[in-house]
Design a protein around this ligand. Structure first.
Ligand code: GRG
Length: 297
């Protein structure tokens, strides 16, 4: 597959509007306690890659819409993602000190405030969708899709099984795939479906976005496991090697490094194939898929 030197250029066309809108949504009125606003801003405005909001804008564009129309939905997805990272870093879960190159939310603001900042980010996402997506029918559909992707049968359920996997010695490749399709993949897929929904995509387009998202979501996780295994903490902005330390089920652990790299490459090729449905309008989605394979953070 050809290299993707252009992803930085491609994404720079979308990122400033995402950052500006996230900033705008962090201007709370006087009813928000100062420490809560600070904890939310610490987590949401930290330098993440913004892959999920990028997917939302790029999906809307692939379906023929102005990507700007998808900004509220894109920010809502990033809010849910930020909440999941804050909660995942807590001592009761992954117990991490570093995230996005900064001290984790609970390290700076304490555990109770970190839990509450996560709760507030999750609820803010649905406020944004309900208020800022139009027409109302699209807003309702976006709320439903995001709730399903983030909830018990999606990200939260995947996280529960991921924690459970630490004590299940006979779980293998199919259990691992099942975990990651929900824990990580569901949110990546829903990011695309929200973009398609605000662009009023037809069934065929939504199905192609779903195929792209499912393949990309799993590829993203295989690469995430590889990055944790091969470990460059400075580039990643978080601790590495933790999965192996805890005896977690991972792709390099199960398949080895080379077969995992091949699996990620095959999945990205599948995603790119699905994006062909959109012809030239999916150039950005193709570039993002190549970036996922080559990313170092
Ligand atoms: C706590 C309900 C709950 C769920 C947590 C998303 C998640 C589920 C846990 C995060 C732990 C983790 C490192 C998962 C691997 C894949 C992943 C989601 C990585 C972080 O996403 P990136 O790389 O991060 O897109 P940035 O910081 O760039 O946004």
């Amino acid at each position: 597959m050809p290299a993707s030197p252009h992803f930085a250029d491609v994404s720079s066309g979308y990122l400033p509007s995402i950052e500006a809108k996230l900033q705008e949504y962090c201007q709370f009125d006087l009813h928000c306690p100062e420490v809560l606003g600070a904890a939310i801003r610490h987590s949401l405005l930290a330098p993440g890659k913004r892959l999920r909001p990028l997917l939302t804008l790029m999906a809307a564009e692939a379906c023929g819409s102005d990507p700007g129309v998808a900004l509220p939905a894109a920010c809502a997805v990033e809010m849910v993602h930020a909440y999941s990272l804050v909660h995942d870093d807590l001592p009761a879960m992954d117990d991490d000190d570093l995230r996005r190159g900064r001290p984790t939310c609970h390290k700076v603001y304490g555990e109770a405030n970190a839990i509450l900042a996560g709760d507030a980010l999750l609820t803010l996402a649905f406020e944004v969708l309900a208020r800022d997506v139009s027409p109302p029918k699209a807003a309702v559909r976006c709320c439903q899709l995001l709730a399903r992707g983030a909830g018990a049968s999606g990200m939260v359920g995947g996280q529960v099984d991921d924690l459970e996997a630490e004590t299940q010695e006979n779980w293998g490749a199919s259990e691992l795939e099942n975990i990651h399709r929900r824990k990580t993949g569901a949110m990546l897929e829903v990011s695309l479906l929200l973009g398609g929904t605000v662009a009023d995509a037809d069934e065929k387009e939504l199905a192609a976005l779903g195929r792209y998202g499912r393949s990309l979501g799993l590829a993203f996780q295989v690469v995430d496991d590889l990055l944790d295994h091969l470990g460059d903490e400075a580039a990643l902005g978080k601790r590495t090697g933790k999965d192996t330390e805890r005896g977690k089920l991972t792709y390099p652990g199960l398949l080895g490094v080379e077969a995992s790299q091949q699996k990620a490459s095959d999945l990205v090729a599948e995603a790119i194939e699905a994006a062909k449905e959109f012809g030239g309008r999916a150039e950005a989605l193709v570039s993002l898929a190549q970036f996922v394979l080559q990313r170092k953070r």
